[in-house]
Design a protein around this ligand. Structure first.
Ligand code: ZN
Length: 136
């Protein structure tokens, strides 16, 4: 059966998209206003400047991953509309229901996703050495 009912997934994706958009707006506002409102009145001026720059950097790098997630969510919504949802983008295998429920914007089966993630994290590592963002 190709035409499974993905309405619950679609609803979840719409809710996630709305939430991410809200977070992104908040973070953008925070990152832009943070410096101006704080640095002028602080006695320990240099230290505060340093930490708020760090905060800003962190917020901006989070913002990058929110934007990335938003792209995945929108792609998943499109796949539901096209009828290709629930299949791995890379190998065409059916993505298990449990995975789609946990990760409604999953575009790949576990196997392909883990292969791609190791490539992506190698790429992130190169980029992040400049910013000194510590891995969690
Ligand atoms: Zn796959």
């Amino acid at each position: 059966m190709v035409t499974t009912d993905f309405t619950p997934h679609l609803e979840k994706l719409f809710a996630l998209r709305a939430r991410l958009r809200g977070i992104m707006t908040q973070m953008e506002d925070g990152a832009l206003n943070h410096d101006r409102s704080r640095t002028t009145s602080m006695p320990n001026h240099m230290a505060e400047l340093g930490s708020s720059n760090f905060d800003q950097e962190l917020t901006l790098s989070l913002l990058g991953s929110e934007r990335n997630s938003l792209g995945k969510i929108e792609a998943a919504i499109m796949r539901i509309e096209e009828g290709s949802y629930g299949r791995c983008d890379t190998c065409g295998a059916k993505i298990p229901k449990a995975r789609l429920e946990a990760l409604p914007y999953a575009a790949q089966c576990v196997h392909c996703a883990s292969e791609q993630e190791s490539v992506l994290s190698a790429f992130d590592f190169q980029r992040e050495t400049q910013h000194r963002v510590l891995p969690r």
